[in-house]
Ligand binder design. Sequence first.
Ligand SMILES: [Zn+2]
Length: 180
Amino acid sequence: MSAEKTKKIVSEMEKKVKAFKVHYDVNLEGTINLNEIAKKLGFTIKEAKFKKGANHKIISGAISVNNQENEKLIYVNADEPYYRKRFTIAHEIAHYYLEYKDTEKDIENIDFRSNMNSNKESELRANKFAAALLMPKATILALKKDLNNNLNLISSIMQVSTKSIKKRFEELSCLETSSK
Ligand SMILES: [Zn+2]
């Protein structure tokens, strides 16, 4: 994916998260409460021990919507580290919001770890939405300023890895320069 295309997606996902916030009336200040957000969307989050799938690929997360049972679940791999789990949950929320929320059909979306980091556009969009949801622009830029860009402190407040925060700052600065 070209840098230009990625930038376009980052910018688009900023807007999508703003619309999401209004649509579900979710609080995007301070540490993002994913359980609360999932609940507003009607989802329950479940930690699961996954068997390795086809080709021994690791499953990070999944969405399952069963209308007949009136059941909406987000599964997250119980064996992955805490910050990764949070990112996966946000990524699954993104898939639901961006691709499925208007469908009345049952949904099965499975995310293998290797897939999530692929260059597939739907994965990139879900990742950028997840980043914008977990690290809202205003919050993260205020923290950057107040905490003198101390990534470890910002990470412990936002409950997101320092790597993700660094990437988010890079992408936000790209957006700033392009909008001038
Ligand atoms: Zn995905």
